[in-house]
Write a protein that binds this ligand. Structure first.
Ligand SMILES: C[S@@+](CC[C@H](N)C(=O)[O-])C[C@H]1O[C@@H](n2cnc3c(N)ncnc32)[C@H](O)[C@@H]1O
Ligand code: SF4
Ligand code: SF4
Length: 339
């Protein structure tokens, strides 16, 4: 995550948050729950999805900017299915956000001009061509994503590949790192997480066993030491190894206080696993975005997930001296905070 302008203001927000005042520094907008592929571990595509009108989204982005938001993430479902995405990217640019998008990559080439304005594109790639197409359930997905990624790279957009570790793609991590090296992209990994969102059960064969995860993490730590482009912090990988599959992750969570998500219909929720926190007093278009964010519950005691996005931030916000030093040195050399 590259740092946007105004690092001192961000440090101020962090200090205020540690004193109990919430600031939504990072907002993840789930533009839709619809998707054009079907990954076996993805439960959210089974949630019925309505969308806010474009003017509601634009006004929401302005409201969060006034609350102090610096990072904005377009996520889903598949965000490239949403027609006004280009308008939202332009709005985020005007507001000075650091803008990123998480995508399955299949439609990048159709929307290239709009996507080039993003600061970072995180593209999910789950193995080599055969394994990736098997995981997402659609032939040709890997090839389309790669065409799109090469076009984005040629236009200077930063890229991260995100691989969800299952029990079968462990031996494909080398292929992914080679692909990252070829594209000049970081490669991030996170385990399959059981979420409550959508209610559908995840097929047990997709969930890595404890031994497989321990081996995968050891391999990634060695690769990172050897200078390969593993875009996960050492702290995150060690915490995954220590906690997988049934122990708490081990750090306090800042969801709902320093970062939050917005559902396609406009409910502000602490994180994407937290469907049960959708409540009338958190519907931004009805109650206003400031009130909706202020109504979020304190989730600091929850250590229930291994999602890389929130947990990397939680580790960083824990401000352990080792992580803070590493992040500072990454920033100084223009790398992602957790490289
Ligand atoms: C829900 S997707 C939405 C964005 C886009 N459709 C994509 O796949 O990149 C965001 C990320 O979450 C990952 N994901 C989905 N379900 C997951 C689960 N149960 N455990 C871990 N990661 C998951 C996806 O692979 C993707 O990398
Ligand atoms: S591409 Fe993304 S949203 Fe679509 S099914 Fe896979 S993980 Fe879910
Ligand atoms: S640890 Fe935080 S991000 Fe993860 S499920 Fe709990 S509240 Fe959500």
């Amino acid at each position: 995550m590259a740092l946007p302008a105004h690092p001192l203001r961000i440090a101020g927000s962090l200090a205020r948050a540690r004193l109990g005042r919430s600031v939504p520094l990072k907002v993840t907008h789930l533009l839709t729950y619809h998707c054009n592929v079907e990954c076996g571990f993805c439960t959210r595509i089974h949630v019925p999805s309505d969308h806010m009108a474009p003017d509601q989204v634009v006004s929401m982005m302005g409201a969060f900017a006034r609350m102090g938001t610096k990072w904005w993430v377009f996520n889903g479902g598949e965000p490239t299915l949403i027609n006004p995405l280009g308008e939202y990217i332009e709005t985020g640019k005007k507001l000075g956000f650091n803008l990123s998008m998480v995508t399955n990559g299949t439609r990048i080439e159709h929307r290239l001009d709009e996507l080039c304005a993003l600061d970072l594109v995180i593209c999910s790639i789950h193995g080599d061509e055969a394994e990736h197409d098997r995981v997402v359930g659609r032939q040709g997905s890997y090839a389309a994503a790669l065409r799109g990624l090469r076009l984005l790279r040629a236009r200077g957009v930063d890229l991260i590949l995100l691989c969800v570790l299952n029990d079968k793609n462990r031996e494909l991590m080398e292929d992914l790192l080679q692909l990252g090296e070829e594209l000049g992209a970081g490669v991030a990994f996170q385990p399959v997480v059981e979420t409550r969102l959508g209610g559908a059960a995840i097929e047990p064969s997709l969930v890595p066993r404890q031994q497989a995860m321990a081996e995968a993490v050891d391999w990634l730590l060695d690769a990172k030491m050897a200078g390969r482009p593993v875009s996960c912090s050492r702290a995150y990988l060690e915490a995954v190894a220590d906690s997988w599959p049934n122990r708490p992750f081990g750090v306090k969570c800042w969801a709902g206080r320093l970062f939050c998500e917005v559902t396609p219909e406009g409910f502000v929720v602490p994180c994407c696993s937290e469907e049960e926190y959708m409540a009338a007093d958190r519907h931004g278009p009805t109650v206003g975005w400031e009130k909706a964010f202020a109504a979020l519950p304190d989730r600091s005691g929850c250590q229930a997930c291994w999602f890389k996005g929130p947990q990397e931030l939680n580790l960083l916000l824990g401000l352990r001296p080792k992580q803070a030093l590493r992040a500072a040195s990454n920033l100084a050399s223009g790398r992602m905070l957790w490289d």
